[in-house]
Design a protein around this ligand. Structure first.
Ligand SMILES: C[S@@+](CC[C@H](N)C(=O)[O-])C[C@H]1O[C@@H](n2cnc3c(N)ncnc32)[C@H](O)[C@@H]1O
Length: 204
């Protein structure tokens, strides 16, 4: 649905040419799940959509069998979890926990429901002001949202999946992944600019 010609060519190319997984100079393994169009150097890109830079094409991120137990140093996932049904979340977060090394981090970004409510209120209760961030743009099958989160909820899910601690992370602080993506999403509402992403990292 609504794919540009360039994107169609890119998807066709990926069917024949599998990019080699990057090997970092420091020997660490970084995964970028739900990378979309963002190609992060040094990260293994994973997505359901076959962009040319996607190393692992899969829609089942609760079963990443290519990665052994305790094999990854960092997993990054920005604006992906909301694309899954609530009943799938425990399986997905459990899989991230399995793959990470002890002490390693899962960095997550999701739309913050509390911030979307602020946008809605400041926009005089215009439902359309927050529709795309709440429900997804719905322009293709992998761009529909099924779940909402706030800080308390995501923390409870991560702790239930076995993570030992959950803390905020700041995408502007210069640490990995150093990419301008939806973790930095700012929405204008009324006379305010609202950072609508809930950015947390969980430690195994
Ligand atoms: C909103 S985009 C986020 C892209 C990028 N991470 C960012 O923050 O700008 C969500 C991404 O998740 C991917 N995605 C959605 N459902 C998926 C699934 N079931 N399995 C794998 N990837 C999925 C989509 O293909 C899309 O690239």
């Amino acid at each position: 649905m609504f794919k540009s010609f360039r994107q169609k060519v890119g998807f066709a190319k990926r069917r024949f040419i599998e990019p080699p997984c990057p090997k970092r100079a420091d020997g660490q393994v970084y995964l970028h799940i739900g990378c979309g169009k963002k190609n992060l150097p040094g990260f293994i890109n994973i997505d359901a959509q076959p962009f040319p830079h996607v190393h692992v094409v899969t829609s089942d991120i609760a079963r990443l069998d290519a990665f052994a137990d305790g094999s990854a140093d960092l997993i990054y996932m920005s604006h992906v979890l909301e694309h899954f049904k609530r009943a799938e979340l425990d399986g997905i977060l459990g899989e991230m926990h399995r793959i990470l090394k002890p002490g390693a981090r899962l960095r997550l970004s999701v739309p913050d429901f509390d911030k979307l409510l602020e946008v809605y209120r400041l926009s005089e209760n215009d439902v359309r002001s927050m529709h795309n961030q709440l429900m997804g743009s719905q322009d293709h099958p992998y761009n529909i949202h099924f779940t909402v989160f706030n800080r308390r909820d995501i923390e409870a899910l991560l702790l239930a999946a076995g993570f030992s601690g959950v803390r905020p992370w700041d995408p502007w602080d210069g640490s990995e992944p150093r990419v301008k993506d939806r973790s930095m999403k700012v929405m204008k509402a009324g006379d305010q600019a609202i950072k609508i992403s809930l950015n947390v990292e969980a430690v195994k």
